[in-house]
Design a protein around this ligand. Structure first.
Ligand SMILES: Cc1ncc(C[n+]2csc(CCOP(=O)(O)OP(=O)(O)O)c2C)c(N)n1
Ligand SMILES: [Mg+2]
Length: 651
């Protein structure tokens, strides 16, 4: 790394501070140096800067670094990439670009959002993308900050969500400030996340930075989407721009990459299998990358009158459509088309967690001879350490390519492959699906009515009272389900891309609250109301994101599924104790030791209020829900984040 000229004086104040604070501990200095006047700790603002900061004057003297800061050019590069926000937790290793973003860049495109944990910042970017379809960037302290961010980056990786993570790092050991900044430096910070990012780089010049940023954005936004990582040297940010001979710095133009498509021969072969099938079933997990993906999938399903199982990592298919089917629909299939499945093996096989010798056992969910077709872009990912690629499943036709981009060709091929003689049978299949869909809906409603008046409140009532309170509005569910027995996806009329943002991807808990704030930010900009069914355990990993929501005026309706515990883990410990013929050690609580969040009970109302939210609760009587929800929705519509703490049944 070139480090000469003014860079030698970089952060002199820090060394000054160390010298003053620990005089007895430092080695003796040479006589000439000892006589030199000690530089001040930090340069004071001159009178005109002070006046400008207090908005009295606005003309400033020339800067003291002898040129344009490198990080100003970095901001110029960022501004070409249409990045709306930068949720981040502040840190000195990126202070150069931080200062440029807010002072030179005017704190717009991107706007800096103050976050209280790096994991929250990354999860906000994750949730934001799933609504806005555009990536955000985050900045973090290269070692300790990035260590905090890792789980959230892993979730984004597993969920195929793009984002640009930039970590500040001080590479040059000869010039980096001693002590804390050196503790916070590493040879290669990107190594921390290399196993679960699509690409990373460490630019060593400003021109290198410009190329790497545009390349990083392009790679992140080429399906399969994913997070990318840039290590940003502190020196490069702080040094003035140096002319390299006659070369001038330039910013490469960003041109989006067309997504990869399934091979045309394989598309035809798949179309023939589907057209000739007696009972084809489509299973989709991340098929609809955009709202258009839903339209295409509806057209394909209708052409075949094939039922569609939406595994729900995105909204792939309208739940109200007569071809929308539960997972059990695959049992009668003779052809299954899997679109961007995270786990094809787990789709067609079941795993029961109580087999012999303490291990589970496996069985098939499908008929022998069922033909399997896969279209997935994830096969282009070849990282091998983390196991997000799941168990290996043999498929009869395997297409590497993006499902949404392949659907138009597949649809055309299917239409022309359907023999005229089969049209009657296909129409009949549609009639049977209509009946199955209506029956399934009636059964689900019956199940939801069970224990309607129970206290603590049933999860079905929690979810459906919430629906009642927002159904007249343009709503968007910004939390993952599962913990509330999937009532949202089973009973809300989920039809549009923004109605449901899917799950975390890697099932790293702590994603829910910050992802909901990120998604709510995108919904705020689109004029929608965000609904977050918030689990208690998830919120307590990093509740500071509530403050970020209030600070940046990001409203949402948070309705707590407060089951006073890590219920998923309650069940795991109980299951194992039962299997081993032992009683669980409850230690005087309501569940096994280590799994409950009670005694003392957390007062989520006070927690939220203390961070600028409107809040009520705990609500324990189901009759209190509807009026409290009405009040909360009014607050959210007025722009205030609102939280209802509700004591619920475990599931
Ligand atoms: C980072 C992380 N730590 C621990 C776990 C294990 N885990 C899975 S579910 C769960 C319970 C979460 O509690 P809560 O969010 O309240 O949901 P509940 O199961 O109670 O509905 C835990 C701790 C995990 N998945 N991720
Ligand atoms: Mg819980």
């Amino acid at each position: 790394m070139a480090r000469e000229g003014s860079f030698k004086h970089r952060r002199r104040f820090l060394t000054g501070f160390v010298a003053a604070g620990a005089a007895s501990a430092i080695p003796p200095v040479r006589a000439a140096e000892a006589q030199a006047p000690k530089p001040p700790s930090a340069l004071p603002p001159n009178a005109r800067v002070a006046a400008a900061e207090t908005q009295v004057a606005n003309e400033l003297p020339p800067n003291r670094i002898g040129g344009v800061p490198g990080s100003d050019f970095m901001v110029d590069v960022l501004k070409t990439l249409d990045i709306q926000y930068c949720p981040a937790n502040c840190a000195s290793s990126y202070r150069g670009i931080h200062e440029s973003l807010i002072n030179y860049g005017g704190n717009r495109m991107p706007e800096f959002l103050t976050c209280m944990h790096e994991e929250s910042a990354v999860a906000m970017a994750h949730g934001y993308f799933k609504i806005a379809g555009k990536p955000l960037m985050t900045l973090c302290h290269g070692t300790v900050g990035l260590q905090h961010a890792t789980m959230a980056i892993y979730n984004a990786w597993c969920d195929r969500v793009p984002m640009i993570v930039i970590g500040g790092n001080d590479l040059d050991a000869a010039t980096r400030p001693p002590n804390v900044p050196t503790f916070h430096s590493a040879q290669d910070i990107n190594a921390l996340v290399r196993d679960f990012t699509k690409w990373d780089d460490t630019p060593v010049s400003l021109q290198h930075f410009a190329q790497s940023m545009v390349r990083a954005y392009k790679i992140a936004m080429t399906p399969p989407y994913g997070p990318v990582m840039i290590s940003l040297d502190a020196g490069l940010q702080q040094e003035p721009i140096k002319g390299r001979g006659s070369e001038k710095l330039y910013i490469p133009r960003y041109v989006p990459t067309a997504p990869p498509q399934g091979d045309s021969g394989a598309v035809k072969e798949a179309a023939k299998l589907l057209a000739d099938a007696q009972n084809p079933v489509i299973v989709a997990d991340r098929a609809a990358r955009t709202p258009n993906g839903i339209k295409l999938l509806v057209q394909l399903a209708e052409a075949l009158q094939a039922r569609v199982v939406d595994q729900g990592s995105r909204t792939n298919f309208p739940r109200t459509h007569h071809l929308s089917a539960p997972p059990s629909a695959i049992s009668g299939a003779d052809v299954i088309l899997g679109l961007e499945l995270s786990d094809f093996w787990g789709t067609v096989n079941s795993f029961t967690d109580n087999g012999e010798h303490g291990l589970g056992h496996n069985s098939s969910r499908i008929k022998p001879g069922t033909k399997l077709i896969s279209i997935s872009s994830s096969e282009l990912l070849t990282k091998s350490n983390y196991q997000d690629f799941q168990r290996f499943q043999v498929t009869d036709i395997s297409m590497v390519g993006d499902a949404e981009a392949t659907l138009p060709a597949l649809l055309e091929a299917v239409k022309s492959a359907i023999p005229a003689a089969r049209r009657g049978a296909i129409a009949q299949r549609g009639e049977a699906a209509k009946k199955a869909h209506a029956d399934d809906h009636a059964r689900t409603r019956q199940a939801a009515a069970i224990a309607w008046d129970a206290s603590p409140i049933s999860t079905a009532r929690l979810v459906m009272e919430t629906y009642n309170a927002v159904k007249h509005l343009d709503w968007s569910i910004v939390s993952q389900s599962g913990n509330v027995s999937n009532w949202q996806t089973r009973l809300w009329p989920i039809e549009q891309h923004h109605h449901w943002i899917g799950r975390s991807g890697g099932f790293g808990v702590g994603y829910g609250a910050p992802a909901s704030v990120g998604a709510a930010l995108a919904n705020r900009d689109a004029g929608r109301i965000s609904v977050n069914i918030q689990a208690d355990g998830d919120l307590m990993y990093a509740p500071g994101v509530l403050w970020t929501a209030a600070k940046h005026k990001i409203p949402q309706l948070a309705v707590m599924h407060n089951n006073r515990g890590y219920h998923q883990e309650v069940m795991h410990v109980q299951r194992l104790a039962n299997f081993r013929s032992r009683g669980s050690n409850y230690g005087g609580g309501m569940g096994p030791v280590g799994t409950r969040i009670e005694n003392p009970d957390i007062d989520y109302r006070k927690l939220a209020e203390s961070m600028g939210w409107w809040a009520r609760g705990p609500l324990k009587d189901p009759a209190q829900l509807a009026p409290a929800l009405r009040e909360a929705v009014k607050m959210v519509q007025a722009g205030t984040p609102a939280l209802l703490d509700v004591w619920t049944q475990p599931r």
